[in-house]
Ligand binder design. Structure first.
Ligand SMILES: NCc1[nH]cc(CCC(=O)O)c1CC(=O)O
Length: 315
C-alpha cells in the first residue's frame, strides 16, 4: 500500500549537537522517502540539559530529557520526537509510544584520552571521568587503582573538560563520537566483554503520540527489525530492575539470523559485587529472553546488590 505523507512534518529534538545530528538524520531519511513532504526540526532545551551540577538520577532521571518533546507533540507543535534510546525511560508516559527503532550504530563504550592509549595504560590514581554508574562499576571492578570522578554535560562539554586537563581520560559512547564526526577522539574501543553497554546504547528511537496511526505507517520503513528486537530484550531487563539509572546495570543483545544472544549485568557502584548472565533465544521473543536473564541475575543475588545500591545512595 502506498503511504501518503502530510504536506508538513515537524520533528522535535533536543538542541545538543548529537540530538540535532540525529534529528537531521531522520529528516534526511524521511525526505528521501517522501520528497513532497516538507520536514522541519523544532529544537528545544530540556530540563535534563539544564541540570549539570547534580547526579541526574537524584533529580528525576531519564524522563527529564524527553518531557518537553512530549509536550510539544501533545500540543501538536511537533509530530514526532527523535531520541537516543538510551535516554528514553523504560515506561513511556501514557499516550505515547515508540514508532520505530533505527539501525544501531557502534554500541561500544570508547576510551578517550589525550595522553593514554587505553585503560590498561593509566597509572595509579589517574582520574577517569564518567557519570554512568554502569561504567563506574565496571572500571572500579577491573581497575581499583583508578579514581573515578563525575562528568556531565553534552559531548562537546565533556571533551572540553578532558582537554582542559580535568581528567586523564573519559569514557563515552562510541556512537555519539562517530555521529558527530569525531571518531579520531576514540583511543580504544572497549569490547562488551570488558564494558557491557547500557540498554539501547547506540540506537535511536522515534516517539509519537499513541493513536497517530498515520505516522506509524509512514515511519515503518525506518524501523530496523534486528535492532528493535535487541533493544526490546535489553529494556525488558532494565524494566525488571526498576528501569532507573540509579543502579549500575548493563544489557546488550546481538541478533544474527533470527537468533539472539543477550548479556546483562548488575553491580554495586564500587564494582565489588557483580552479577552477570548470558543466554541465547529466538530473536522474535525478546521479552521472554529479557525476563529469563533477569531471573538468572536474581538467582545470582541481583536483588541483594540492588538493596546494597539503595543503602549506599541513602548514606
Ligand atoms: N547518556 C547520554 C547519552 N545518550 C546517548 C549517548 C550517546 C549515543 C548513544 O548511545 O546512542 C550519550 C552520551 C554517552 O553516553 O557518552
Amino acid at each position: 500500500m502506498k503511504v501518503s505523507p502530510p504536506a508538513k512534518l515537524v520533528i522535535a529534538s533536543r538542541e545538543s549537537r548529537l540530538a540535532m545530528w540525529q534529528a537531521e538524520h531522520v529528516r534526511a531519511r524521511l525526505s528521501a522517502l517522501y520528497p513532497q513532504c516538507s520536514i522541519e526540526i523544532l529544537g528545544m532545551t530540556t530540563k535534563g540539559d539544564q541540570i549539570l551540577d547534580r547526579t541526574l538520577s537524584k533529580v528525576g532521571g531519564k524522563g527529564l530529557f524527553v518531557k518537553e518533546l512530549e509536550v510539544a507533540m501533545e500540543e501538536r507543535r511537533a509530530d514526532l520526537a527523535v531520541h537516543s534510546l538510551k535516554d528514553v525511560p523504560m515506561e513511556l508516559p501514557e499516550g505515547f509510544r515508540l514508532a520505530a527503532v533505527l539501525e544501531r550504530e557502534d554500541p561500544r563504550d570508547a576510551f578517550v584520552s589525550n595522553d593514554f592509549a587505553s585503560l590498561d595504560d593509566l597509572p595509579a590514581g589517574a582520574i577517569v571521568g564518567t557519570s554512568s554508574l554502569r561504567r563506574q562499576a565496571l572500571i572500579a571492578a577491573r581497575y581499583p587503582h583508578l579514581e573515578i570522578r563525575p562528568l556531565r554535560g553534552n559531548l562537546d562539554t565533556r571533551l572540553g573538560k578532558l582537554d582542559r586537563g580535568e581528567y586523564a581520560a573519559i569514557i563515552l559512547a562510541a556512537a555519539g563520537l562517530k555521529r558527530l564526526g569525531l571518531p579520531q577522539r576514540i583511543r580504544a574501543l572497549i569490547e562488551p566483554e570488558q564494558s557491557l553497554p547500557a540498554p539501547g546504547q547506540g540506537a535511536m528511537a522515534i516517539e509519537i503520540l499513541d493513536g497517530r496511526d498515520d505516522l506509524l505507517e509512514l515511519l515503518a520503513p525506518l524501523n530496523h527489525e534486528a535492532t528493535a528486537q535487541a533493544v526490546s530484550a535489553e529494556r525488558t531487563v532494565s524494566r525488571v530492575f526498576g528501569g532507573s539509572c540509579q543502579i549500575p546495570l548493563a544489557a546488550f543483545a546481538t541478533v544474527e539470523s533470527g537468533a539472539m544472544r543477550l548479556r546483562a549485568m548488575v553491580a554495586t557502584p564500587d564494582g565489588k559485587r557483580i552479577a552477570t548472565a548470558d543466554a541465547n533465544g529466538p530473536a522474535n521473543a525478546p521479552d521472554a529472553l529479557g525476563t529469563q536473564i533477569a531471573t538468572t541475575l536474581q538467582g545470582q543475588g541481583a536483588d541483594d546488590i540492588l538493596a546494597a545500591c539503595k543503602a549506599m545512595d541513602a548514606g
